[in-house]
Every structure is written in structure tokens, then in C-alpha cells.
Design a protein around this ligand. Sequence first.
Ligand code: KIV
Length: 278
Amino acid sequence: MRVSITEIKEMKQRKEKIPMLTAYDYVTAKMVDDAGVPLILVGDSLGMVMLGYESTIPVTMDEMVHHTKAVVRGARKSLVVGDMPFMTYHISISDALSNAARFIQEGGAQAVKLEGGEVVAEKVKRLVDCGIPVMGHIGLTPQSIHQLGGYKVRGKAVEEARRLLNDASVLEEAGAFAIVLECTPAPLSKLITHKLAIPTIGIGAGPDCDGQVQVISDILGLYTDFVPKHARQYARLAGEISDAVASYMSEVRSLSFPTMEHSYTMDEDIIKLLEAES
Ligand code: KIV
């Protein structure tokens, strides 16, 4: 049985920490799902770590739906959350509804995530009223990077901290089932977490959030263009892949790969006949 939003909310009540990871393709989603991770985010971070864009801003709905389908094919138990890209829920409620519906109907996701607090609350409420579970995302919201002026910690100053506390409550009232807190100071994340009945999922938000989310390419050491302060590398796959590629090249050049072990045979009489004919 697939994890439900009710089970995610119950994990907070039981004080059971909620691990969440991003995935962008079938193979990775299968491994994350098999490991028992309850929540998978098809993050718009795929724009940077999979597609090589400079930020998440160029990511389109078609790209997100394409990757969501692959993740859903790989994940049998985890609850899959599709990340709504820049400007796909800002223009109108009707845009937000039809794009969120694409994640659920075409992509097969069970929920969507969108960035912003009070300003998106009405949209969150309409999506939830239509039966689409919504995860909020406040703090550092990478889709607003040009407005925010960089990838910086949010909520250190009193006014911004008050705004984030209010945003979190407003999203909860609007019906969000969980809220991502990105790059918020640990004491503020703790306060928000205590204030809310729904789970907070932190990334660079300290240890007291109800759950943690990480970009899988960061924790596997696959994306080396930039390693955020809040990520820990549990593997160094970029180095291992480079070594494997170098070994392959060297063995092809030295004729030690492939051998007959990796080749197919055929009837000797047939090949002799063909040789005689040519
Ligand atoms: O796109 C993403 O991966 C995210 C996480 C950083 C929360 O939004």
C-alpha cells in the first residue's frame, strides 16, 4: 500500500521523523522506494541537477510531468510529490488547478508542492478543495531568487521571521498537509514546527523539523557543481563514475574489453560459408 498524507501527518503525532528525498527517474525512484523512504519529491531542482540549467526558473510543466511519470513507475509505496514549476500556479487559480491536475492525472503523483506563503494560500485552498494534496514551501524559495537577491538564509530578522510564522499558519489553515522550510534558522524552524499540527520538512532548517528533505544528487555526491552547506555526502558517486568510465575507455583501447564472455557465437559452418562467399 502506498503511504498516504494521513500517515505522514500521523508520523508527526507519533514524533517519528519523516525522511524525504528527491528523485527524477525510474531507477533512482525504485531504489529510494525500496529503501522505505515515505516521501519522494520530484523537485524542480531537476532543472539544475538533471538538465544543467543555472536555476529552477527555466523548468517547464512538460519536463516535470515527464520526470514525474518515470518516478511514479519506479515508486510503488512512497508518496510522490510533484513540484509545480515557476509561473505555473501564479497567474490564476484556473492555471494552478489545471497544472496541478496534470501532475496527478498525467504524472500519476499523489500530491503537489508549491512555493510561497500567504500569497498562494487561496490557490492552496482551491487545490485541496478539489482533492489535490498540497505541500507548502517557505523560507528560501528558489523560484523567487531574483526577488530575494540570492540563495540566502531567510527569517533571521524579526519582521521576516514573523512573516514566515504567519505564512506557515496560513498554509496550514488553507489545508496544506506539510510544509517545507528551506534555509530558515534552526530556532525559528523549531518554533514553527511546535506551532503547527502538520509536519514541517526541513532542508537547511535545523534538526527540530518533523522531517528532512535532501536533493538526492547532493547526498550521493553526484552533483559537484555546488555542494550546499546543508547537505551531507553519504557517497561520492561522481568520483566512482569517473573512475568507471576511465577504466572502460582504457580496456576498450587495450582490447581487454569485450572478451568472448561478453560476445555471442553462431554456427561455425554458417560463418565459414559466408567467408567463402565474400
Ligand atoms: O526542488 C527541490 O528539490 C526542492 C527541495 C529543495 C525542497 O524544492
